[in-house]
Every structure is written in structure tokens, then in C-alpha cells.
Design a protein around this ligand. Structure first.
Ligand SMILES: CC(C)(COP(=O)(O)OP(=O)(O)OC[C@H]1O[C@@H](n2cnc3c(N)ncnc32)[C@H](O)[C@@H]1OP(=O)(O)O)[C@@H](O)C(=O)NCCC(=O)NCCS
Length: 190
């Protein structure tokens, strides 16, 4: 084996403060707790925003894995790791090497840069480990925090589904973003 090459392989699942871990059955209650926040739910999904049961949440993440996706629990580093969110790579079209991403950080943990670090780890997993070429995501036009995060990480706005959802009697667009592997590498090594 070429030792110099082997030495360049690093731990792609760990960042300075966070790491990507398996989702465990006993994560359900913590995830369910932050899924009781109506504002959070309205940013996450276009489905009617109502709190799901803990079992339904863990089942959904198991289904995602069974369908060939990669769900991760996002935990803090250190002696007493704390679950701060979930991220996933899913709906992978292997022939085209493209996939979709989804993410959520517990509202009590927002604004500390955890979203940025967790997304960075997920992008690294998608491009450096799974060897995908392109990632897509959708985000509601009122989700300014997520949009700032995605654009800051290099995602390019590619279009919108006009008036995709109605909340409080107001229509809102759903925006489509994409990131190519070469764009990610150019930013990363700039
Ligand atoms: C979107 C989400 C993952 C961001 O998590 P987070 O831990 O707060 O993210 P960060 O702390 O890394 O901040 C992300 C960016 O938002 C910016 N931001 C913070 N508060 C903001 C606000 N009120 N309005 C707009 N941007 C804001 C931060 O400055 C940061 O941008 P920067 O890195 O350019 O400074 C989190 O808010 C979340 O889970 N939201 C609910 C679920 C959701 O929206 N998921 C995505 C669906 S597409």
C-alpha cells in the first residue's frame, strides 16, 4: 500500500465541534421534543404542521435508510455527546450520481453555527465518500435562515415552485437549490 496516500485519508464524519452518528431508537424522544414547535415544523415541511409521535419519527428515519438513504444524528463532540439535529442524504439516483439532502437542528441550538458545520459534514460525506456529482434541496421562501446557510455553503438557486404552499392565508414559493461537486471543491480549496 502507498502509505503516503493512506495517511491522507481522514475522519470525514467529524468536525471541530460535531460528528455524524447513527440515529438510535432512543433518540426518538429528543427529536419528538423539538418537533412540538410549530414554527420549526412550518419551516421543515409542507405537510400539515402537527407534532408526530417519537416512534413515527424514528420509523421515518429507518425507512429512509432502508430505501438506500443515509440518515445521521448530529451530536456534539466530547465526554457527554448531545444530540443537536438530524441530517440526511436520500433519494439517490445511482446511475446519475445525484441525491437530495435534508437537515434540521433543534431550535434550542440554533444560531451557534451547528447548521453550518453539520451541513459541511454532510456535503463532505456526499461528495468525498459517496462520490456524488450533484445535490439538490428545496426550501420555503420564508426560511431566510436556511437560505442564508445554503447560499453560504455554495448552493445555487435554480428555480422555484411558485405559490407551492399556503400558510396563514398567504401563498409562498418553494425554492429549488443545487450544488455541483466541482463547485463545492472549488469553494473548499479556494
Ligand atoms: C436551517 C437550520 C438548519 C439552521 O441551523 P442553525 O444551527 O441555526 O444554523 P447556523 O447557526 O449555522 O446559521 C446558519 C446561517 O443562518 C444565519 N442566520 C441566523 N439567524 C438568522 C435569521 N434570523 N435570519 C436569517 N439568517 C439567520 C446565520 O448568520 C448563518 O449564516 P452565516 O453562516 O452566513 O452567518 C435550522 O434553523 C433549522 O433546523 N430550521 C428548521 C428546519 C429547516 O428549516 N430545515 C431546512 C429545511 S429546507
Amino acid at each position: 500500500m502507498d502509505r503516503s496516500k493512506a495517511d491522507r485519508v481522514s475522519n470525514h464524519l467529524a468536525g471541530p465541534r460535531l460528528y455524524l452518528d447513527a440515529v438510535a431508537a432512543d433518540d426518538g424522544p429528543a427529536v419528538a421534543a423539538w418537533h412540538r414547535d410549530g414554527m420549526f415544523l412550518r419551516h421543515l415541511d409542507a405537510a400539515p404542521a402537527a407534532p408526530p409521535a417519537a416512534e413515527a419519527l424514528t420509523a421515518a428515519w429507518s425507512t429512509l435508510k432502508a430505501a438506500g438513504g443515509f440518515p445521521f444524528a448530529v451530536r456534539t463532540q466530547g465526554e457527554a455527546p448531545r444530540l443537536v439535529g438530524l441530517v440526511a442524504l436520500d433519494e439517490i439516483l445511482w446511475a446519475q450520481r445525484v441525491g437530495w439532502i435534508a437537515m434540521e437542528i433543534a431550535p434550542s441550538e440554533w444560531g451557534q453555527g451547528f447548521g453550518r458545520e453539520a451541513l459541511g459534514l454532510l456535503l463532505r460525506f456526499a461528495f468525498d465518500e459517496v462520490n456524488l456529482r450533484r445535490l439538490s434541496l428545496t426550501v420555503f421562501a420564508y426560511n431566510t435562515r436556511a437560505i442564508r446557510l445554503y447560499e453560504g455553503m455554495g448552493f445555487v438557486r435554480e428555480g422555484s415552485h411558485r405559490e407551492f404552499l399556503v400558510r396563514d392565508g398567504q401563498p409562498h414559493d418553494m425554492l429549488l437549490y443545487g450544488l455541483l461537486e466541482r463547485e463545492w471543491r472549488a469553494t473548499r480549496h479556494a
